[in-house]
Structure formats: structure tokens, C-alpha cells
Design a protein around this ligand. Structure first.
Ligand SMILES: CC(C)(COP(=O)(O)OP(=O)(O)OC[C@H]1O[C@@H](n2cnc3c(N)ncnc32)[C@H](O)[C@@H]1OP(=O)(O)O)[C@@H](O)C(=O)NCCC(=O)NCCS
Length: 155
């Protein structure tokens, strides 16, 4: 398995299946219209996309003065392939990619069950669990600092 940058169309099927099964098959997902970032994908030897995430420059809502903020979004590992380190490899690749682009802060709105996963990758909780119109299932704001000197892995 390798993690590489892919066009958003190549990861869309997996993102929809895991994160937005309510959307019609050909519909873009929220965020597909954004530029400046990349979709990273874990690809197996047969070319199947088993895991993905999206990282892009986006101001952090609770630290708006930070001009070096990027957002992590749409983390997904294919059903039947979880718990084998694929998501970990993908989030590390996202951390490394954003850091290489000059990001020094990475934030996300994490689905509540994924909070321990993000904590293992250096993210801290910000505020309380929330739901709203755009996030009808419970989410938790999370973030971490990035440093070119810091190893991306669980530091
Ligand atoms: C969150 C998600 C992306 C994690 O992907 P994953 O491929 O399962 O991630 P990993 O395998 O690296 O880690 C998952 C767990 O497996 C464990 N694990 C990692 N490598 C492992 C291995 N080789 N053997 C056994 N367990 C392992 C880790 O301890 C980790 O536990 P944690 O969740 O308590 O941190 C995946 O669960 C998912 O797609 N969930 C549904 C969508 C979702 O909620 N996405 C997040 C939106 S914010």
C-alpha cells in the first residue's frame, strides 16, 4: 500500500460510501469545489483506493489570526479495511503534506467516535461536542500544531 495525491474524482466513491451515503452517486461532495489543497489516498497493489483524506488551507475558526492554518477533512477508510493502520498512514501523509506546504496548524471537525483516533495523531480537543445543521451527528473540534522539526507520527 502507498499513500499518494489523487484527483478528487478518484476518491469520491470511497468518500461518499463512508461519509455521505445520502448523496446521489454522481453528486460532488461538499468541499469538492475548493482549490489549494489535495486529496490523499491509500492505494493498494491493484489500484484500489482504501483510505483517503482532504487537506487544504482554511482559517481555524477559534484561532482566526493564524494565517498558517490548514484543515483536515473527509477522513475515510473502506469498510472491512479499518483497524489496520490505513487511516493512520493517511492522516500522517496529510500532516506531512500540509507541513511541507507551510501549514503550522491543522484543524478538523471530528466525528465523535473518531476523537481517540485523532488524539493518537496529536490532535487536541477544542470546546464541547456540537451538532448543527451542517453537522447533524455529534462532532468535536480538534487541532494540532505542525512543525517541520516534529515527526508527523504520534508525537
Ligand atoms: C476514522 C477512520 C478513518 C480510521 O481509519 P482506520 O484505517 O481504521 O485507522 P487506523 O487503522 O490507523 O486506526 C484505527 C484504530 O485501529 C487501531 N490500529 C491501527 N493499526 C492497527 C493494526 N495494525 N492492527 C490493529 N489495530 C490497529 C488503532 O489503535 C486505532 O484505534 P483508535 O481509533 O482508538 O485510534 C475510520 O474508522 C473510518 O473511516 N471511520 C468512518 C468514517 C469517519 O468517522 N471518519 C472520520 C470523520 S471525522
Amino acid at each position: 500500500m502507498r499513500v499518494e495525491v489523487l484527483a478528487e474524482e478518484r476518491t469520491r466513491t470511497l468518500r461518499r460510501a463512508v461519509l455521505r451515503p445520502d448523496l446521489p452517486p454522481d453528486a460532488p461532495l461538499p468541499g469538492d469545489e475548493l482549490s489549494g489543497g489535495v486529496h490523499l489516498a491509500a492505494v493498494d497493489g491493484d489500484g484500489a483506493v482504501l483510505g483517503t483524506c482532504f487537506v487544504y488551507p482554511d482559517p481555524c475558526p477559534w484561532l482566526p489570526e493564524r494565517a498558517d492554518a490548514w484543515r483536515l477533512r473527509q477522513m475515510a477508510t473502506a469498510d472491512g479495511h479499518r483497524g489496520r493502520g490505513i487511516g493512520g498512514a493517511v492522516v500522517q501523509a496529510g500532516i506531512e503534506y500540509a507541513t511541507a506546504q507551510g501549514a503550522r496548524l491543522l484543524w478538523c471537525n471530528a466525528r465523535e467516535p473518531a476523537v481517540p483516533f485523532y488524539q493518537r495523531h496529536g490532535f487536541a480537543i477544542q470546546g464541547a461536542v456540537f451538532t448543527n445543521e451542517r453537522h447533524p451527528i455529534p462532532h468535536q473540534r480538534m487541532w494540532r500544531e505542525l512543525s517541520p522539526q516534529t515527526r508527523a507520527s504520534n508525537d
